[in-house]
Design a binder for this molecule. Sequence first.
Ligand code: ATP
Ligand code: MG
Length: 198
Amino acid sequence: MGLDIVSTNGQTPLDEDEKEGLLIKSITTQSELNEFEQQNIEKAMLWLRSKKFNTEEILSEKFVKDLHRRMYAGVWKWAGDFRRTDKNVGISKHHILTALKQLLDDCLYWIQHNSFPDEEIAIRCKHRIVQIHCFANGNGRHSRLMADVMMEKIFHLSPFTWGAANLVKQGDPRAAYIKALKKADAGNYAKLLAFAKS
Ligand SMILES: Nc1ncnc2c1ncn2[C@@H]1O[C@H](COP(=O)(O)OP(=O)(O)OP(=O)(O)O)[C@@H](O)[C@H]1O
Ligand SMILES: [Mg+2]
C-alpha cells in the first residue's frame, strides 16, 4: 500500500504525481510524513538562524522558493518548485508567478509607507501567500514561517505563537485557525492576527 493522504480540514490533497515525489519510500502514514517534514523544517530553521537577510532579500521570489526548498527538500522532490497542477485552494497555476511578484511588491510598499502596523503587514503577507498557494503542499507551514521571518528579520519583533499548538493536527486550534483564515479571505485580518499572537 502506498501513502494514504486523507484530505482533512483545510489541507490540500496530493495528486498521484505529487505522491510520486515522495523521497522517503518507507513513509506509509500521514503521521510518519508529518514527522519527517517536521525534522526537515527544523533544519530550515537552523539555516534561517545562521544567516542575515535584508528586507529586499526576504521579499523576493528566490527567498520564497529557497525557504520552501529548505523546509521540505529531504522529503519531496518538488520542494521549492511552483506547483504544476490546480488545487481547491489557490489561484490558477498559470498566475502564481505574477501574483507572487505583486504580493512581494505590495508588501515592500506597505513596509516603506507604514501602511499598516508591522504585525498586520506580516499577517496580510502570510494570508495572501497561502491564498496564492505557490507549492503543491506545505504552503500553510511555509506561510507561517514567512510571517515569522518577517517579524524577526524585518521588524525585529518576536515570532508569532500560532495558538501555541500543532496546527498540522486536527483539533480545536486548527479549526480556529482555518476559521480566522476565512475571515481574512473576506478582508478581516483581526481574528487571524489575534490567533497568531495567542
Ligand atoms: N479558506 C482558506 N483561505 C486561505 N487559506 C486557506 C484556506 N483553507 C486552507 N488554507 C490554507 O492552506 C493551508 C493548507 O495548505 P497545504 O496543505 O499546502 O499546507 P500545509 O503546510 O501542508 O498545511 P498545514 O501546515 O497548515 O497543515 C492551510 O494551512 C491554510 O493556511
Ligand atoms: Mg498539506
